[in-house]
Design a protein around this ligand. Structure first.
Ligand code: GRF
Length: 205
């Protein structure tokens, strides 16, 4: 008998093109995963609209509606847990998760970062890579830990930097490769399983 699909909760903060790529891939039952809910740290974003159009449950939890960052984090963990995910995917989610979230979902939460870790962590990966003058950059999928883009690396994809690039053109080129990496790797994690051994991540049980 075939396995039930891996349950994904995806968290977003913006346009949601990575989310869309996952939703599209998951339309094929052979993909092995389904997006069961999409959450955000703000309202009114295209990422949530994409989920609604696909008939997926959504929620938004704003930090400013909570007494403290820790309370927000606990509320986020509780809400995500209510969807019983096997894997949580942060796809352009612009908040750091905290202790409660990591206690519940550490080791099974991945994030995508638009740079080749460990270079250029933080909010401005494409800008910082361009300013540094690197000739290649890319995107990194990693297992979320308490640091900023520091978790164990699951996959990376390399993108050339062109002489004429602006931050926008470079980020767009990265995002094309990033979406393909995300869809490919999350699908493999779902179908084959994965093992996190300190900093080394292996796909396949
Ligand atoms: C991605 O490049 C992600 O790595 C970065 O922000 C972008 C989000 O894009 N943190 P989208 O919302 O998935 O279109």
């Amino acid at each position: 008998m075939s396995q039930p699909p891996t349950r994904l909760v995806v968290l977003v903060s913006g346009a949601g093109s990575n989310l869309q790529a996952l939703i599209d891939a998951a339309a094929d039952p052979g993909y092995g995963a389904q997006v069961v809910a999409v959450g955000a740290d703000r309202d009114g974003i295209e990422g949530l609209a994409r989920a609604e159009r696909a008939g997926i449950e959504t929620f938004a939890l704003r930090v400013s509606d909570h007494e403290s960052r820790a309370e927000w984090d606990a509320a986020l963990a509780e809400r995500v847990a209510s969807y019983r995910p096997d894997l949580v995917v942060l796809a352009g989610f612009m908040k750091l998760v905290g202790d409660d979230f990591l206690a519940a979902f550490g080791g099974r939460t991945v994030n995508t970062h638009p740079a080749l870790s460990p270079s250029f962590p933080g909010m401005h990966g494409p800008r910082d890579a361009l300013a540094y003058g690197v000739k290649v950059t890319g995107a990194t999928l990693f297992v979320v830990d308490a640091g900023v883009d520091t978790g164990a690396i699951v996959a990376q994809t390399v993108v050339p930097v062109e002489d004429a690039d602006t931050v926008e053109t470079l980020h767009e080129r990265i995002k094309v490769a990033e979406r393909a990496m995300l869809v490919d790797t999350v699908g493999r994690m779902a179908r084959e399983g994965f093992v996190v051994d300190e900093r080394r991540v292996r796909l396949g049980g």
